[in-house]
Design a protein around this ligand. Structure first.
Ligand code: ATP
Ligand code: MG
Length: 542
């Protein structure tokens, strides 16, 4: 994080005010292990880890598992892998559920200090008592219970004397507060649910707004960075720590969450896509998950660059997904080798090329980066060109191959189409061509110019591959709604130059004139090499 933003400005002021004299700057990334991380989380990861790095502090990875829903070790493992893949290392790794004892102890302290009470009202009654933005709330009849009675009831709640929902522990703050979050919020509820970490040890579980400040404080977090929807919860965050008289309480700072066009950023929605089989798992290349983007061929550098470019702000907005695509394109441009790959192949037979002969022509590995060297590509009298590079009846300004026209075969020779051969059904089966041996690329001997350059592969040595390209996961409709894009996966067969046979899963290339591709790590097999389009060559980002 090279740039300074409002969060860094706040931290720098705290440092200047000598607010943390004996402590380093400490942040945390606190995911709930109930799904895979998405690109929105990447923003939070870059911000939290980047901030700690910038101020020579530390950042923890904390699994916020206070809610005993279906949390899964699969999610825990994937989150660790994703954070590491992005290039960050945590100072400590913690589970919020490890703090249940401490949270309970704190609750008893609040009770004895007259700051919390056990309420018998049902969830509906509590809701009805809460009031509205324009109307004060009503106090519960249980609000005046004595601390000793509250303590006894709370201990009974823990011991299992009451049914789920029969009682809750509430903070005693102010039912007339203009901030509804301060109207005696619930701190603990009864839930007979096994927890993935603590098993059946607990029948009561702390609420997020109560648990989170305590988690931060226990870990000595200096700045608790979270998203904007928690802004109205900050007074409660501060109240909990103030009432517990925590020394050097952490400071909560909010920023706007990332929204992207043509996709969704909610774990719940993404999980539904996975569960419904709408996508091929959390790491489907169309998913905005970090695992999906990785399988799609995105690099950690591209994601970090993206997070830096979008910056942090105090107001919600939606970022054009084209910026994300721009970042990966820019990252790959100087880094990956190109390969000749043709789709919808048309056979080219060069009638004046020596029969059964073959030669190797030298082609640069990366047009933008000469240091990546060259490779030798076999050329012969039987080649394939891309279906898009031939037109029997050319349209205006079509400079590629058509009958009577001459083009350069990239890295090789000038080739002219003389005749189109068709089968009985009228399909083109081959193009009869001639080449000019005097025009070998780099020989400097050509005396005339051609307007088009096209790529090709040698027919005998070409390797059949499968290419998959992807549309956006969602379509944002004019009315603001987002619907699943039914045509988000397109699959084609293609022919590649023989060097592709040595590619490894996860390896990235530029398919010359097509786009950037990665060999799929999941479904590539010995019999079938599958490549995902990472991003096209052309940018729609302005
Ligand atoms: P979701 O709504 O997708 O489930 P969440 O906020 O419930 O997201 P958590 O696991 O609680 O997911 O998030 C961990 C951290 O990542 C939190 O600090 C949260 O604020 C942050 N985060 C989540 N989504 C985004 C986003 N779209 N942009 C920025 N930060 C995000
Ligand atoms: Mg959440």
């Amino acid at each position: 994080m090279a740039e300074t933003n409002f969060i860094h400005a706040a931290i720098e002021k705290d440092i200047a005010d000598n607010k943390y004299p004996e402590r380093e700057i400490r942040t945390r990334f606190p995911p709930e292990p109930n799904g895979y991380l998405h690109i929105g989380h990447a923003k939070s990861i870059c911000l939290n880890f980047g901030t700690a790095e910038k101020y020579g502090g530390k950042c923890n990875l904390r699994f916020d598992d206070t809610n005993p829903v279906k949390e899964d070790t699969e999610y825990v493992d994937s989150i660790e892998a994703d954070v590491r893949w992005l290039g960050f290392e945590w100072a400590g790794i913690y589970f919020a559920s490890d703090y249940f004892d401490k949270m309970y102890e704190c609750a008893e302290r609040l009770i004895m200090n007259g700051k919390a009470y056990v309420d018998d009202l049902s969830a509906e009654e509590i809701k009805a008592h809460r009031g509205t933005l324009t109307e004060a709330g009503k106090e519960s009849p249980c609000r005046s219970r004595a601390p000793e009675e509250n303590l006894r009831l709370f201990r009974e709640m823990r011991a299992g004397s009451y049914a789920d929902g029969e009682k809750v522990l509430r903070a005693k703050i102010d039912m007339t507060s203009p901030n509804i979050n301060m109207r005696d919020p619930v701190l603990y509820r009864i839930a007979r649910v096994s927890h993935h970490n603590t098993g059946d040890d607990w029948l009561i579980y702390p609420m997020y707004d109560y648990a989170h400040p305590i988690e931060d404080a226990i870990e000595g977090i200096s700045h608790s960075i979270c998203t904007l929807e928690f802004e109205d919860h900050r007074p409660l965050y501060d109240w909990v720590l103030a009432e517990l008289e925590w020394p050097m309480a952490p400071r909560q700072i909010e920023f706007a969450r990332l929204n992207l066009t043509d996709t969704v950023m909610s774990k719940r929605y993404l999980k539904a896509l996975v569960d419904n089989g709408d996508v091929d798992g959390w790491d489907d290349p169309r998913m905005p998950t970090i695992a999906g983007l990785r399988r799609r061929g995105y690099t950690p550098e591209a994601l970090r660059d993206f997070c830096e470019r979008i910056g942090v702000s105090k107001s919600n907005s939606t970022v054009d997904i084209a910026l994300l695509e721009h970042c990966v394109r820019e990252d790959l441009k100087p880094k990956v080798e190109s390969r000749n790959v043709v789709e919808n192949p048309i056979k080219v037979v060069i009638s004046n090329y020596p029969e059964d002969a073959c030669e190797y022509v030298e082609i640069e590995n990366n047009k933008e980066n000469a240091s990546m060297g060259t490779r030798l590509v076999p050329f012969s009298g039987e080649l394939y060109i891309d279906g898009a590079d031939f037109m029997e009846i050319p349209e205006k300004k079509y400079f590629r191959l058509f009958p009577g026209n001459e083009v350069r075969f990239k890295g090789a020779y000038f080739v002219k189409c003389e005749e189109v051969i068709k089968d009985g059904a009228g399909n083109i089966t081959e193009l009869r061509c001639v080449y000019d041996p005097e025009t070998k690329s780099g020989s400097g001997q050509e005396t005339r110019k051609v307007k088009g350059t096209i790529h090709w592969v040698d027919a005998k040595t070409a390797v059949k591959i499968k290419v998959r390209s992807y549309g956006h996961l969602m379509i944002d409709e004019a009315n603001g709604e987002s619907v699943l894009n039914p045509d988000s996966l397109m699959e084609r067969v293609a022919f590649a130059e023989p060097a592709i046979a040595a590619a490894n899963p996860g390896e990235r290339f530029q398919f010359f004139r097509h786009g950037y591709y990665v060999m799929d790590e999941k479904i590539t097999s010995e019999n079938e090499r599958v490549f995902n389009e990472i991003v096209s060559l052309k940018s729609s980002w302005k």
